[in-house]
Design a protein around this ligand. Sequence first.
Ligand SMILES: Cc1cc2nc3c(=O)[nH]c(=O)nc-3n(C[C@H](O)[C@H](O)[C@H](O)COP(=O)(O)OP(=O)(O)OC[C@H]3O[C@@H](n4cnc5c(N)ncnc54)[C@H](O)[C@@H]3O)c2cc1C
Length: 454
Amino acid sequence: MSSLRGQPVSVVGAGLAGALLALLLARRGLKVTVFERRADPRQSEPERGRSINLALAARGMRALERAGVMDEVRPLLIPMRGRLVHERSGRAALQPYGQREHEVIWSVGRAALNRVLIEAATRQGQVSVRFRQTCLAVDCASNTLRLRDQAQRRDQALALAPCIATDGAGSAVRVSLAAQGRLQVREEWLDHDYKELSIAPQAARALEPQALHIWPRGGFMLIALPNTDGSFTATLFLSRHGAQSFATLGSAASVTAFFAAEFPDVLPLIPDLTAQFAAHPQGQLGTVHTHPWQVGGQVLLLGDAAHAIVPFHGQGMNAAFEDCTLLDTLIPEHDDWATLFARFASARRPDTEAIAQMALENYHEMRDAVLDAGFVRRKTLAMALERRFPERFIPRYSMVMFHPEIPYAEALRRGALQAGLLEELDAGTDAAPDAARAERLVHERLPPLTSGGA
Ligand SMILES: Cc1cc2nc3c(=O)[nH]c(=O)nc-3n(C[C@H](O)[C@H](O)[C@H](O)COP(=O)(O)OP(=O)(O)OC[C@H]3O[C@@H](n4cnc5c(N)ncnc54)[C@H](O)[C@@H]3O)c2cc1C
């Protein structure tokens, strides 16, 4: 048993990763104090300005199973069996995500999931969550964690180490460590922003409930995910500047005209569109690359604080939860924080870099490629190859979403091999490719998945 058992540890941020991590650490026998900037979400309205619902997939679910909370999470989930693609003409077609009954992804409300995780963590006697405590900075030289108590309006300094920072994409801990020259940060902002819009339950009856709806329009797109109350949360992803951009949507008339031209079937679903458009925040999207993620045994960054990504593969939370799984797995093998943090960072980095890249690539796929006949043909072919060679060929999307036993980096590597193979086999017509040639190429290029991918 690890000698870390019984030791105190601080966690900064009780968001999705922080709350799950606190629970897992407590189950390992650690004494956890979590400092969270917000008020207790079990007693207050959720903050606006964050995505309201998220796609949960196998990697995230595996972590939730591990923490023993799936029974509480399951009632919050709505299955999404595929992308329901809405063309400008009004034609809509479902592109299934997978081809087995269980190959679905799940829409879940952020606030409800966060509440369940905080509740489960605090049920562990070993966890104390202190709300309305904002981390101002960390100082490794003096081993200090500086916090502002918002209720008392006073600052305090506590002993820092060991501390795990799960304070999200804008992490104050990361900013503070970067300012001290302890790590390097590269932020790559997308020139596309997002805005969320709500479709009320009554109007949402027009939408198939068990799907992720997409209105792809080439340079931009609208998506909508279902909520348990029958409503949908729609998100517009659009360039900040340019001919068709948020910059041109400054007036109610321009917003209505834009929706009438681009999303005419959505316009009647949001009668208060212009009011919502004016009231809801316009969010930024980007990828955060940080190196290193840890400072000795004092601080470790985890989740979005270490590696925030764009949301187009629906994997940011799933990856953050998978971080928690990995750290939890490594704890029994380590007796000191410095080696644990270093081992976690070196084992995990290749995978988070891979999902960052795949998430960016998926934006193009969602807003554009799904309408392309060649894309649809190759997707059908990929599914056929998976049925014939399940131990060798699994579409990249499926590896990422349904196969947590295949690391992200491996999904990226095999995905590239498979894409080349599909290019070669795709004759540009609907005719099925030569079966013997397909078999030869698959066997030559794709060794069997060692991790039991089938
Ligand atoms: C539009 C959009 C859609 C998305 N869709 C998906 C999806 O479908 N599927 C998916 O898997 N992921 C999705 N994501 C990504 C997902 O939201 C994040 O990856 C996930 O929330 C990361 O969890 P986290 O705990 O690291 O950070 P967060 O959930 O952001 O939690 C950070 C916590 O730290 C607290 N905090 C912040 N600063 C401080 C401070 N100074 N002191 C104390 N506490 C602090 C915050 O209040 C918060 O509680 C989406 C993201 C966006 C923006």
